[in-house]
Write a new protein. Structure first.
Length: 89
């Protein structure tokens, strides 16, 4: 039963790590898309490709700013996983 609790704790931490790593990129892309959509609605410009470049630029900027922190989160998670595997086996 203790192994089951350890696996559930790992699964819980995995989901939180995934959410923390994906959230900045998703929220930034959502914000830029919403802003561009409002501008398009106000100006009646219905160009589908207009939203692609700002979203791509925002995603690249977010990855530059927060990429090191995201990598640190994932690296720490994997180190903890490997320590758990070593202690179980």
């Amino acid at each position: 039963m203790d192994d089951l609790n350890a696996l559930l704790a790992i699964a819980d931490r995995m989901l939180w790590t995934t959410a923390l790593v994906a959230a900045p990129v998703l929220l930034g892309s959502l914000g830029v898309g919403l802003l561009i959509g409002l501008i398009q609605a106000a100006t009646s410009v219905n160009e589908q490709t207009l939203t692609f470049v700002p979203k791509l630029a925002a995603t690249a900027l977010i990855l530059v700013l927060f990429g090191a922190g995201m990598t640190t989160l994932v690296t720490d998670f994997f180190q903890d996983i490997f320590h758990e595997i070593a202690s179980i086996g």
